[in-house]
Write a protein that binds this ligand. Structure first.
Ligand SMILES: [Zn+2]
Length: 221
C-alpha cells in the first residue's frame, strides 16, 4: 500500500460514505479499507456528514421550506469556525471536503426532484402592511432580507408623475437609513426595488416621503 493509494482512497471517502461511487470505485475503496486501519478510521471521521442527508430524499423536499440562499455559505463558514481550530491539517481539510460533497448531493437531489433547493431563487419575500397617507396613492410592499441589508419591493400606483419620492428604513431607536429614491409615474403601475444597508433583524419599518418630506406611505413590521 503506497501513499498515492491512501490519498486516492481518502479523496473518495466522502462519496463512499454517501454511497455515491460507481461499483468499480466502491469495490476498490472497500478492498483498500479491508486492509487499512488508518483509512477506516478516516472513514469513521467523515461518515457523520452522511447523516445530514435526509435532505436528499426527493419526497421530503417539497415539504421543506426553501432555505435562505446564503445557507450553503453559512454551513461551510460554520464548519470552518467549529472544526478547524480543533481538528488539524489534513483531517480538517477532509472533513470540509466531505461536507462539500453533502452540499453537492443536496443540489443534485434538488435538481432531480425538480426543486431548486439550494439555488438562489425563490427569493424569500415577506409581505408587510402599508399605510397610505395621500389620496390617490395605492401601495403594497414586500421585504427581502439579504445578507447585506433589506430590500423593499414596492408596488404601487398614483405616485405623482415626475415627482421624486424618497424611501427610508427605520431601526428600533428611530434611526433613519436611506433606501433610495424613485420618480413617480402617475397612474401607471410601478414596481420599485429599494435597497438599504440596514439588516432585517434591525429594521422595524419604512417610510416613503415626498419632496417636502411629508409621509406618503409608511409601514411598521
Ligand atoms: Zn489507507
Amino acid at each position: 500500500m503506497n501513499g498515492d493509494s491512501h490519498r486516492g482512497v481518502r479523496d473518495l471517502l466522502g462519496a463512499y460514505a454517501l454511497d455515491m461511487l460507481g461499483p468499480d470505485q466502491r469495490a476498490a475503496v472497500s478492498a483498500h479499507l479491508d486492509g487499512c486501519a488508518e483509512c477506516r478510521a478516516e472513514l469513521d471521521f467523515v461518515a457523520p456528514a452522511a447523516e445530514l442527508l435526509p435532505l436528499a430524499d426527493p419526497d421530503r423536499l417539497s415539504e421543506l421550506p426553501a432555505p435562505p440562499p446564503e445557507l450553503g455559505e453559512r454551513i461551510v463558514a460554520g464548519v470552518r469556525a467549529e472544526h478547524v481550530p480543533r481538528a488539524r491539517g489534513r483531517r480538517a481539510r477532509r472533513l470540509l471536503a466531505a461536507c462539500a460533497v453533502t452540499l453537492l448531493v443536496g443540489v443534485g437531489a434538488g435538481v432531480v426532484a425538480g426543486h431548486a433547493f439550494f439555488a438562489p431563487e425563490p427569493v424569500p419575500l415577506e409581505g408587510v402592511a402599508t399605510t397610505v397617507h395621500e389620496a390617490g396613492v395605492d401601495a403594497e410592499a414586500e421585504l427581502i432580507p439579504h445578507t447585506w441589508g433589506v430590500e423593499i419591493r414596492l408596488t404601487g400606483t398614483g405616485f405623482e408623475e415626475g415627482r421624486t419620492y424618497r424611501a427610508t428604513l427605520l431601526d428600533e431607536t428611530g434611526g433613519e437609513h436611506p433606501a433610495g429614491e424613485f420618480v413617480g409615474v402617475g397612474a401607471d403601475p410601478m414596481v420599485c426595488n429599494l435597497n438599504s444597508a440596514l439588516l432585517r433583524e434591525d429594521a422595524v419599518g419604512f417610510e416613503i416621503t415626498d419632496e417636502g418630506g411629508d409621509p406618503v406611505v409608511s409601514s411598521s413590521f
